[in-house]
Design a binder for this molecule. Structure first.
Ligand code: NCD
Length: 310
């Protein structure tokens, strides 16, 4: 069964730095055990009586719904901020005041916000655990946990993989958290992006040697065990013309993957726009829909770690 929170561990999850190597392994192992509960085949009300606040100040389908599914499958309950237009955010309420309210209503809050640093700001304002579900172009640690879980399930290990991260590496928060995590497992990382969307220096500065930057996929595709594809983050571009210049920069099709290793797995946090053609879905490389399901057991394991009784 899932382990209780290790004594002294931070109760907030803002970046992957909040988790030790042992925390990550523990969460992935717990998630594997919780898969039948995630499917609804086993009833395990470990979080009965607990209330989660889903605070999404930006659109979300998978992250919000899988947190809600995870909480409810474990017997807990969920309240949602709901549409911004119908909340007091539209009256000008500050993030600080909104979070102070939620601090009183809930046992844990999951926060997504367009501003980088918003999750840490909220954590500083609250006594309940705060889970960062995406802060602008900053971090998205729970996505990384489910990415790691998926990689381990699909490839049988996390250590020593050759990984391509492709697309919007500048504004994509998922790849910022993932690159930091993969460095713990001695990954060889290839960052494939248009020059204007390269991985930010604040991320690469924290990485050990073993990464390289590219603008095209062809040259390194045959070496890859894993290709992590991301959407160009249209909403983060200060100038729509800059977006227009890079929109559609990469489209992976079944044909593109002709020279890939048979074991290559393709992950994408979703939603996809046009980065992966639907003919890839029918190849053995596509793992992104299984990846999306894995958000449920992984978030269950995290909620149990943060809220479960010891
Ligand atoms: C990602 C996000 O919100 O950062 N989506 C997700 O959580 N699965 C990726 C994206 O929006 O492109």
């Amino acid at each position: 069964m899932p382990r209780p929170l290790a004594k002294g561990m931070s109760k907030d999850l803002i970046t992957m730095d909040d988790l030790s190597d042992d925390d990550i392994v523990g969460l992935l192992d717990d998630a594997a055990r919780l898969v039948p509960v995630a499917h609804g085949d086993v009833h395990l009300p470990l979080l009965e009586g607990k209330l989660l606040g889903n605070m999404f100040f930006e659109p979300s389908t998978r992250t919000r719904m899988s947190f809600e599914t995870a909480m409810k499958r474990l017997g807990g309950n969920v309240i949602n901020l709901g549409a911004l237009a119908s909340s007091s955010v539209s009256k000008g309420e500050t993030l600080y005041d909104t979070m102070r309210m939620v601090d009183g209503y809930c046992d844990l809050a999951v926060l997504r916000h367009p501003r980088q640093g918003a999750a840490q700001y909220a954590a500083d304002a609250c006594t309940i655990p705060i889970v960062n579900a995406g802060d602008g172009a900053g971090h998205h640690p729970t996505q990384t946990l489910l990415d790691l879980f998926t990689i381990r399930e699909e490839l049988g290990k996390l250590e020593g993989l050759t990984v391509g991260l492709l697309g919007d590496l500048r504004y994509g928060r998922t790849v910022h958290s993932l690159a930091a995590a993969l460095a713990r497992y001695d990954a060889t990382m290839h960052f494939i992006a248009p020059k204007s969307l390269a991985m930010p220096r604040r991320v690469t500065a924290e990485l050990p040697d073993g990464w390289s930057a590219h603008t095209t996929l062809d040259e390194i595709l045959p070496e890859l065990d894993l290709l992590y594809v991301t959407r160009i983050q249209k909403e983060r571009f200060p100038d729509p013309e800059d977006y227009a210049r890079v929109a559609g920069a990469y489209t992976i099709s079944a044909e593109t993957l002709r020279d890939a290793k048979p074991v290559l797995r393709i992950l994408h946090p979703l939603p996809r726009v046009n980065e992966i053609a639907t003919d890839v879905d029918d190849t053995g490389h596509a793992a992104y829909f299984r990846q999306a399901f894995n958000g449920v057991p992984v978030r269950m394991a995290l909620l149990e770690m943060l809220l479960g009784s010891d």
